[in-house]
Design a protein around this ligand. Structure first.
Ligand code: HEM
Length: 121
């Protein structure tokens, strides 16, 4: 990853309102809200694939269509989740349950680096 994990840890404060980071063995890395899915190892997985999390239809569709999280798509998703999904699915009616936007690409790349630094290999 190109970002700065320490800087990303600070940006993650904005994500914590809705997201936790909890390892597979239940170690809590960030105790945050439950409105959004657990972000542990998000960079290893298909979009919309956390068991038991109730995603919106569009992100599940994107995952089924092949979206695996990677730095570029993550940064673009964070800038505007609904627009990203609409473009990915080529469907102007796509919706996102994540109302939050992070408009700074450098902050987003730093959060990505942070998530990689605290996640599985
Ligand atoms: C989904 C990252 C802030 C609510 C996601 C996903 C990512 C993400 C990568 C997709 C996860 C997956 O496919 O499993 C982040 C980051 C944030 C942030 C890095 C901070 C910079 C927030 C905030 C909220 C929120 C503040 C609540 C106000 C949600 C919800 C979803 C989601 C509800 C599910 C979206 C859907 O089902 O369409 N987030 N998020 N997120 N996030 Fe966030």
């Amino acid at each position: 990853a190109s970002g700065d994990a320490d800087a990303g840890a600070k940006v993650f404060a904005k994500c914590k309102a809705c997201h936790s980071i909890v390892a597979d063995d239940d170690t809590v890395i960030e105790r945050g809200g439950k409105i959004g899915p657990n972000l542990y190892g998000v960079y290893t997985r298909q979009a919309g694939s956390v068991e038991d999390f109730r995603y919106g239809d569009s992100i599940v569709e994107a995952g089924a269509a092949g979206l695996m999280w990677n730095e570029a798509d993550f940064v673009s998703y964070l800038a505007d989740p609904k627009k990203f999904l609409a473009e990915y699915l080529d469907d102007s009616k796509a919706r996102s349950k994540m109302a939050f936007r992070l408009n700074d690409d450098e902050d987003a790349a730093n959060v990505w680096a942070y998530l990689v630094s605290v996640g599985p290999e």
